[in-house]
Structures are given as structure tokens and as C-alpha cells.
Design a protein around this ligand. Structure first.
Ligand SMILES: [Zn+2]
Length: 241
């Protein structure tokens, strides 16, 4: 049994390798378009920060470009069902066009760098909690981007598209390289212009899909929200085509 799973993991890895080895640069993924915002760690403790972030995104009409990755039980003591006001906030955002995705179960350690059985258990708990709130996610972002081959296969077999740090994995077994960047991890005012220039030049120089990762609290500190406003303004002007 163990031998078989090792063979399967190797087969998965080589499939991923074959499908991407000919591509030197990030792919344009029609399902996502030119520009995507990934909001990590969406959970009741960050409701206020999430409201601030989405107010800015609404200002540039990028709701349907934005994926909210929800932790169903952040830290093991923050279940969605115990926070109906937060479920209502997610419901509102979803009705405005935001996509609701799954970001692990409790986000403790490298929770999805695990065996197949453990991945199934955690995934089931996460899907139950989101389902209870009225959502059936199509996308999964592994906490800390930590993912075992077995966990990846479990997720894909449940028809989830998995967004990693450098690749997107589709349920049909293909994988594509992506450009996924975060510029607002407690960004100081001193670095604001440098980061903006660097982000704009990356956006300009890639023909692929550009994934902008954002963490609540980190982006709400220092010059983070200013970066977000300026960069979204730039993206809108430059075009999403
Ligand atoms: Zn996270």
C-alpha cells in the first residue's frame, strides 16, 4: 500500500513536471483572466480588516476578480457557525461578486502537508463548515502553501482547483505556472514607492495571469492600504484585458 502511494505521488509529480516544463513564464489562465486578488486568512477575527480591504476593492469594481480564502475554524476556536454576523458578511460579499474559497480547516502548522486520511478528514470538516454557511467552494489555497502529494490528490479528486505559491493545479490533472506576489506584508511608508514600481513593472512584463496576494492585518498596517489603492488604480487604468 505504501509502495503504491509513493508510486502515485511520483506519477503526480512527473505529470506536473511534463505539463509545465515547456513553459518558461506564467500562464494566462482564461478562467481567472488577467488579474486576480487572493485574500488569505479570511476569518471572524479579521472582520474589520476585511471590511476595509473590500471597501477599496469595491471602489475599483474588482469584486469578481477577488477570491476570499476562508479559514473555517481559525486556530481551533473560531468556528464560522459561532459567528453568524461574520457568515452574514461573507454572504453579502458573495452577493457582490466575491468568490468564496477554502483555506484549510484551522490553519495550525502545515495542516495539509499530511497523509491522505488526514487530508480527507480536514477537508470534510472545512467543507461542512462552509456548507453550513451556504457556500460550496471551487478553490482551495493551502495554509502556508504547505501541501503533500497525497493531500493534493484528495483535493483534486473533490473537484477543487488548488492555488499554490507558484502553480495552479486543476482537477483535470494539469498544472500551470503562475505569478503570485505579495507586496503588503507590513509595508513601511519608506518602501511604498519602491514596492509600487516593482509591482507595476511585474504587471507590465507578464502576459500571464497576475495573482496579487493580500493578508488581512498585514495589509491594514503601515502603507499597505495605500499600496492597494494605488496599485488597483494602476491596474484599472492599464486594463484588465
Ligand atoms: Zn493563510
Amino acid at each position: 500500500m505504501r509502495k503504491l502511494s509513493i508510486v502515485l505521488v511520483l506519477a503526480t509529480i512527473s505529470l506536473v513536471y511534463v505539463s509545465t516544463s515547456s513553459l518558461g513564464e506564467p500562464a494566462y489562465l482564461p478562467e481567472f483572466g488577467r488579474f486576480v486578488i487572493l485574500i488569505h486568512d479570511v476569518s471572524p477575527g479579521y472582520a474589520e480588516q476585511l471590511r476595509e480591504i473590500t471597501a477599496i476593492i469595491n471602489g475599483y469594481n474588482l469584486q469578481n476578480r477577488t477570491y476570499l480564502f476562508v479559514i473555517p475554524d481559525h486556530g481551533g476556536g473560531e468556528r464560522l457557525r459561532d459567528h453568524p454576523e461574520f457568515e452574514a458578511l461573507l454572504e453579502n460579499l458573495s452577493s457582490e461578486g466575491y468568490h468564496i474559497g477554502l483555506h484549510g480547516y484551522d490553519h495550525i502548522g502545515r495542516e495539509f502537508d499530511c497523509s491522505r486520511g488526514e487530508a480527507e478528514r480536514r477537508l470534510d470538516m472545512g467543507l461542512r463548515e462552509l456548507g453550513n454557511a451556504g457556500f460550496i467552494p471551487e478553490y482551495f489555497l493551502p495554509p502556508r502553501y504547505a501541501l503533500s502529494g497525497e493531500a493534493l490528490r484528495v483535493l483534486l479528486s473533490r473537484n477543487l482547483t488548488v492555488i499554490g505559491e507558484d502553480f495552479v493545479y486543476f482537477p483535470n490533472g494539469t498544472a500551470e505556472p503562475i505569478l503570485n506576489r505579495e507586496y503588503t506584508w507590513y509595508l513601511s511608508r519608506f518602501l511604498l514607492n519602491y514596492r509600487l514600481e516593482s509591482a507595476q513593472s511585474s504587471y507590465e512584463n507578464t502576459r500571464g495571469t497576475f495573482f496579487l496576494s493580500v493578508h488581512p492585518k498585514a495589509v491594514n498596517s503601515g502603507a499597505g492600504l495605500e499600496f492597494l489603492r494605488e496599485f488597483l488604480n494602476y491596474v484599472r487604468k492599464t486594463g484588465l484585458g
